[in-house]
Design a binder for this molecule. Structure first.
Ligand SMILES: [Zn+2]
Length: 389
């Protein structure tokens, strides 16, 4: 689930408009004669990274129509970029940041993908399985591999873009390697470097870059962007006051607030699934007892799980029961075949069908259930009933 969200996030980076407070910076970009290295700097969490990814896409876009704003999102280069397959885009980012890059689609259906797709280069710290802290750094091997490949021309004959983020996390040896290629830039190669603190960037690197200062948004503008984002992406609703409190807590960095809300959302989804799985197990154990189900006790055990998960399990169980009574066999719970066969002999078919209708009704209201506990008690009592006259 987290993966799917990350994918959505990566695609958003390209399709979403530039954040309003970065629009002027974007409009001023020297696209006609682009420098071989730019250093985007400014407070963390205000959207520099998304800006840079979009800039990379624009520099690689092959759309010939000068009227169309780049990245056009239509041309071959743009499509490859959006799926994480552009061979001339190299991202030197730490492991934990990589999920926000455009990536290969989950279905892996890239029939026209180039021969050697370069995603972000493998992080050596990951291979060694060292601690999480390491994943925040850009590995030396990564930098070396990237810089080493620069002698070759670009794959598509156009620009090649190397994104380094965050520059502060480049280890000294890697920084030296980078510096060497900044001193003698390979043709058609553009470096996009991102840093939160300009004073932490090596002066030798800084002096070789075109500096782009990313401004922090005014509070009202940042807040309204954030509110739109929450509404558009259907994040769990939180009050305007809460949003404002978070906004200030994050030092007026809208992207940072957004990321934290997204993470919270994903965690909630994960928690629900875990609770749901445990409750389903308890529910099935109860259902397996047929007429002897201790419905009060089971309802007590499961009522904190989301109603849709419980109702789905109930429906599947009953579908299997029904399948057995009509010699259609078992579809959902083959491991419970023995139990289900015994129950299928005891069940009153007419009552089972009536119970099925009750379940359908319950599903229609599952997203605003009364109290799940009361609903489950009632349903499980009815379930007990289908085994007696
Ligand atoms: Zn394009």
């Amino acid at each position: 689930m987290a993966r799917a969200s990350a994918l959505v996030e990566a695609q958003n980076t390209l399709t979403q408009p530039i954040a309003p407070w970065l629009q002027d910076l974007w409009n001023g970009l020297p696209f006609t004669d682009f420098p071989h290295a730019v250093l985007i700097y400014g407070q963390a969490g205000i959207g520099k990274y998304d800006f840079a990814v979009k800039l990379a896409a624009a520099l690689l876009c092959e759309c010939k129509d000068s009227e169309i704003r780049k990245p056009c999102l239509q041309c071959e280069a743009c499509r490859w970029f959006a799926t994480g397959n552009h061979p001339d885009f190299i991202a030197l980012v730490p492991e934990i940041q990589r999920k926000y890059l455009p990536q290969v689609s989950l279905e892996g259906s890239q029939a026209d993908a180039p021969v050697r797709p370069i995603k972000a280069v493998e992080d050596e710290s990951e291979a060694e399985g060292s601690d999480k802290k390491e994943k925040r750094f850009i590995a030396i091997a990564q930098a070396r591999e990237v810089i080493g490949s620069l002698g070759l021309g670009s794959y598509r004959g156009g620009n090649r873009v190397i994104l380094v983020y965050p520059l502060e996390q480049l280890k000294p040896e890697a920084a030296n390697t980078l510096l060497k290629s900044l001193e003698e830039p390979p043709p058609h190669t553009i470096f996009i470097l991102i840093a939160a603190r300009l004073d932490r960037v090596l002066p030798t690197i800084r002096s070789r870059c075109h500096l782009l200062q990313a401004p922090k948004p005014k509070r009202a503008i940042g807040l309204s962007w954030l509110q739109n984002k929450i509404a558009n992406e259907k994040l769990k609703a939180i009050s305007a006051l809460e949003v404002e409190a978070l906004y200030d807590e994050f030092g007026g960095a809208p992207f940072a607030v957004y990321e934290s809300l997204l993470a919270r959302n994903n965690q909630d989804e994960k928690d629900e699934l875990i609770v749901g799985a445990l409750a389903t197990k308890n529910l099935l154990q109860g259902l397996a007892k047929g007429i002897n189900i201790d419905w009060l006790n089971i309802a007590e055990k499961i009522h904190k799980a989301p109603a849709p998960i419980l109702l789905t399990a109930l429906q599947r169980w009953c579908a299997d029961l029904q399948g057995l009574t009509q010699a259609n066999g078992i579809r959902y719970y083959p491991k419970q075949t023995d139990v289900l066969k015994v129950l299928a002999k005891q069940v009153r078919l007419v009552k089972l069908m009536r119970f099925w209708k009750l379940l359908l009704q319950a599903r229609r209201h599952e997203h605003h259930p009364l109290a799940t506990r009361i609903q489950m008690e009632a349903l499980l009592l009815q379930y007990q009933n289908i085994f007696s006259d």
